[in-house]
Design a protein around this ligand. Sequence first.
Ligand code: PGA
Length: 247
Amino acid sequence: MKSRRLLLAANWKMNAAPKQALVNAHGDRSLNPYHPHSDIDVVVFPTVLDLRSCMDAGLVVGAQCGHAEALGAHTGDISMAMLKGVGCRYVLCGHSERRTHHGETDADVAAQVVAALEQKMHPVVCIGETLEEREKGHAEDVVKRQLKALPLESDITIAYEPVWAIGTGKTASAKQAQGMHALIRSLLPEDRQEKTRILYGGSVKADNAEELLRQPDIDGALIGGASLKPEDFAQIVKAGEMVTAES
Ligand code: PGA
């Protein structure tokens, strides 16, 4: 039973937007799985270079990251205010690749979330443990620490992405993911527990999406590799629609 509307988020990382995402803007929307759907939310996160063409194609668009400060001496960065200015409605905050390769801390991520909310953009905030942390039995503590830094009383989406499952083909089992999602939900302020969407991310594919999306505390997915392949993404969207229709 799905009590929250599913959100399927395509994270294209440092890859060009799939050509199919940019066609059929005014034609048959059923031919383009990236288009907004009536029963579920679909959002794409292209590179900044593709933001405009995705918007022109009628897609709901988010940025992959944004700087918390509005302007200033931050070479290479783009502020939340600027992203909002070009029409982004969503923004990813604290993806593990940003935390690892760009040294973003829990405090940096929290500042980005606050800045995004100030701009009335919807933050999708990534949390999740590394393989080493899981093997040491620290997975729950890491997730609790990452959550604690966030303004959880606000309208945000959380994406639980175990780092060991990202791009590796190793998905958390539906049971493992559901367990962590239930824990995350229990840590939210009481009045946000029913409303906040918690996405799962990490090697979500056409063949495992349905089982994951059926879990009661999984409210959608953040999809990397498979979202670059239109046929695979179409199947994930179909799984989301099916799960929604049954509930
Ligand atoms: P993946 O990436 O689906 O390729 O594992 C997910 C993500 O990093 O958001």
